[in-house]
Design a protein around this ligand. Sequence first.
Ligand code: AMP
Ligand code: MG
Length: 327
Amino acid sequence: MKKKILLFCIVPALILTGAVFSQNVSCSETKFMLDTYVTLTARGFNAKKAVSECFDEIKNFEQKSSVYISDSEISRLNETGENTLSDELLRLVSNAKIYTSETDGAFDITVKPLADLWNIKNFTRVPTEAEIAETMPKIGADNIEISENSVRLKNGAQIDLGGAAKGYLADKCAQIMQKHRVKSAICDLGGNIYALGGKNIKIGLQNPNGARGEYFGYIEGKNISVVTSGGYERFAELDGKKYIHIISPLNGKCAESDVASASIIGKSSEKCDAFATAVCVLGVEKGLEIVRAESGIECVIADKNGRVYTSGNVNFKITDENFTRGN
Ligand code: AMP
Ligand code: MG
């Protein structure tokens, strides 16, 4: 009889211990996707499944949206000037038009003809003023017409979702992680971070003058996205001058503002991504202005002299002595 009671106690205890351990299953995987390194980390019973589903989602979305894949929905739209798009791409294009007006034209997915002219993937030469002037009529979100499930591009416009796609996918990954009820997760899509979990975590901000993974400070928060953009990510030097992969739709040139890096913090990684790109175009003063005008986002902007500006209620701490507060 005693033996039986002991067994009744031990078996549930083992099951419980198993349950506790399985909650602590953790999974972390890095893949080169979206032209960058994507690292997904999760802890919880379904961590592995969640991470694998996120990678599938990213892969599918890249196939549909990339301008570097010739038969993607976006490439076909750019080629023919009209195409029906899947719901998620339609939503992203339509949101992008809103971001253009919220950023006073600084974020604009119609920069593609300029990005091609500047060849922002390889930067071989500086285009002439005449070439830029010739390209400018193709630029502008007004050249995008959406009707029901199709998009039409006017005036030779072409679009590139690269300035907000990683943010969109970070949101998507966060949703998948939540669906699988993971305890905590960090989705890092090439610097577009989404941190999920019950506890505050520290998210380091890349030092724009340092090696990859070297931080100049950190933000503390939970269930939050932090997206950083900056010229340090991709640039080239031509005739002794630095050119970055972010284009100003306002003058047709590579952005030349005083911003070294712009980090936007909020619940929508997609919006943070769009605004991070825009702030690099607009510069510190105007950048702070557009962020302050929006509800739901905050920012940390480092200028090229190591001055750091924040928009308001940001829990940010500088850890590198080469940086000081600007406001
Ligand atoms: P990000 O790394 O998020 O700052 O986005 C930069 C990418 O977005 C570039 O590689 C281009 O594909 C695209 N892009 C460049 N300039 C702009 C802009 N002003 N608005 C929207 N997308 C842009
Ligand atoms: Mg962006």
